[in-house]
Design a protein around this ligand. Sequence first.
Ligand code: PLP
Length: 428
Amino acid sequence: MARAHDRSKSLLETARGLMPGGVNSPVRAFRAVGGVPPFIASAQGAYLVDEDGNRYVDYVCTWGPAILGHAHPQVVAAICAAAGRGTSFGAPTAAEVEMAEAVRRFFPSMEMMRMVSSGTEACMSALRVARGVTGRDGFVKFEGCYHGHADSFLIKAGSGLATFGQPSSPGVPESLARHTHTLPFNDADALKRLFDTRGDELAGVIVEPVTGNMGVIRPTDEFLKALEEVPRAHGALLIFDEVMTGFRVARGGAQDLFGIEADLTCLGKVVGGGLPVGVYGGKKQYMSQVSPTGPVYQAGTLSGNPLATAAGLATLALLEEPGAYQKVEDAAAALHAGLEALIEKLGVTAVVTRVGTMMTVFFAEKAPRDFTEVAACDHEKFGRFHGAMLDRGIYLPPSGYEAWFLSAAHGPYEIEQTLKAAEEALIA
Ligand SMILES: *Cc1c(COP(=O)(O)O)cnc(C)c1O
């Protein structure tokens, strides 16, 4: 059953001497599940092929962006055509105007926006805008939500709710950490209490409106209502980090799904069509405060890059075609139903959570509501499941704290193969 990984193994050994863990982003090292990460040679549609020639059905989809499947011919053609016209100008282009118009059709609350090169940049810039327009330094995030690796976001909550944040990475100054307040996800009361005591110090609240970075957790109605009402009642901004949920949980992200308008929105992943892109934007009154029309500084040599813009535009055009979402949602629903049936049949303690085209299998009695409940899931069991699926040609995110992603290239055949593998792997 076990596949050959000789070339991946030897590449990993060499890579470890050159890059921390042999990788350029930590989760790729497979620390949470063990084993050798396959080094990927190519990808097409729903499939990855590694350096040893093994083929996998891919449920990472480059952590979300590949919603149309890998190497979609129209996206590849758009990138190639753009490359021939020059890869970067450092000057405005017509494609950026077209791209901004397209993004606003999906996210009407993004009246004005700025393009950057990653989700991290989008989130740190949105926070800077919130701080700049309110003149306040503090802000609120939720435990288990990820907003990129900028200093202000790498902060853990202290024990009591009103305590100052502690850096969760060396290199993040404590003087900065004390402006970050971390609360449990789905805890409307904690949010109200914090704003009641410190509301006038807080610039905003940033949230993954459906979490993906601790696995898929749906927000409660009460929590959503508090997010909409509490910050604004205290003159603070609501920032939806839709880097993962944007174009994923619904066409217009969580805002579309829940009928909520954020003050500022962060996008990344799908919007770049597989190239490095982020976008932040929102109400004109806030975004007009960004340089050069306003005093909040933010810039980027490669921002609005022609290749990235071409990939993003081609992706959004395909997503605007009628039925584009139905196809991905149908695949996700079929996998969800099939896994639930297997869990029931095999008597495994597990639950499947899903919102749109993102889902997670948690090894627990019931769907977690926050980070503490995710941490209490059986992550050793997930590790065994992950390894058994990989051996059977199914590439899942290498951690039980992650979302799985579907694409338009995942058809009935791929779902059937995945369920066949899961029938054995769930009891591994
Ligand atoms: C991936 C992600 C980010 C960071 O984006 P990068 O492009 O990796 O910098 C921020 N927020 C959320 C919700 C994400 O999923």
